[in-house]
Design a protein around this ligand. Sequence first.
Ligand SMILES: Nc1ncnc2c1ncn2[C@@H]1O[C@H](COP(=O)(O)OP(=O)(O)OP(=O)(O)O)[C@@H](O)[C@H]1O
Ligand SMILES: [Mg+2]
Length: 210
Amino acid sequence: MQDTFLPEALLFFRAILYNILMSKIIGFGGENIVSKLNNDTVTKIPFGIRYFINPLATTNEIIADLKVLQVFFKKYLAPTKIVPRKNIFGIQSYTLTQEYIKGAPLKKSYLDNKDVKQQFLEIMKINETMLKSENKSYEFFGAWTLTFSHIVKKMANIMVERETNRLYIIDIGVLYLGENYHSKLLGFIYKWAGRKQEKLLEGFWGSLPL
Ligand SMILES: Nc1ncnc2c1ncn2[C@@H]1O[C@H](COP(=O)(O)OP(=O)(O)OP(=O)(O)O)[C@@H](O)[C@H]1O
Ligand SMILES: [Mg+2]
């Protein structure tokens, strides 16, 4: 390993170790380890299949997807920044920082609240527009719910702020529904996830007068 990469590598491991030791980790899904940086901010370190298959392509996708989400979901996206850094192999990578949302992931029962339901319907409409324009869908449920939907019943990528009932989208993950993914395995995962998401969304949509 080249010397120049060493400090980055040490910083990366030190950050993970520190977060574990200090019990700062508040969540992890299919793509990130999420830690609390302070009362108002979380950091997300990439850690998933897509990233390990191709860190550079994933970094570029996340940068591009964040831009797309900032356009379409401007109203709902939790304020998010990309902090560039090199990973342990010296490859250009990133950490995300994001506003910490004091609340809980969206559950179907929360849609009984008129404000929550109205925001959710708007998010679904925005998603249809983004899908038509970019061939990308927001990934609503997260890896755990998609995989274990019979046990995990939450829409993990939308959070409801406790005090205001405001909805936030907190995940930069989108499903690529075209052909532009960087490995066959990812293509397979996106297709599976797209189908599963459609089925799970019916459970949410199904109960709503449109
Ligand atoms: N800004 C935030 N405020 C509060 N909690 C958060 C925030 N971002 C993430 N979390 C918590 O961490 C979990 C995982 O975060 P995130 O969805 O970003 O990770 P992921 O690995 O990309 O997930 P996925 O499985 O959808 O790919 C969330 O479901 C949530 O519980
Ligand atoms: Mg998620």
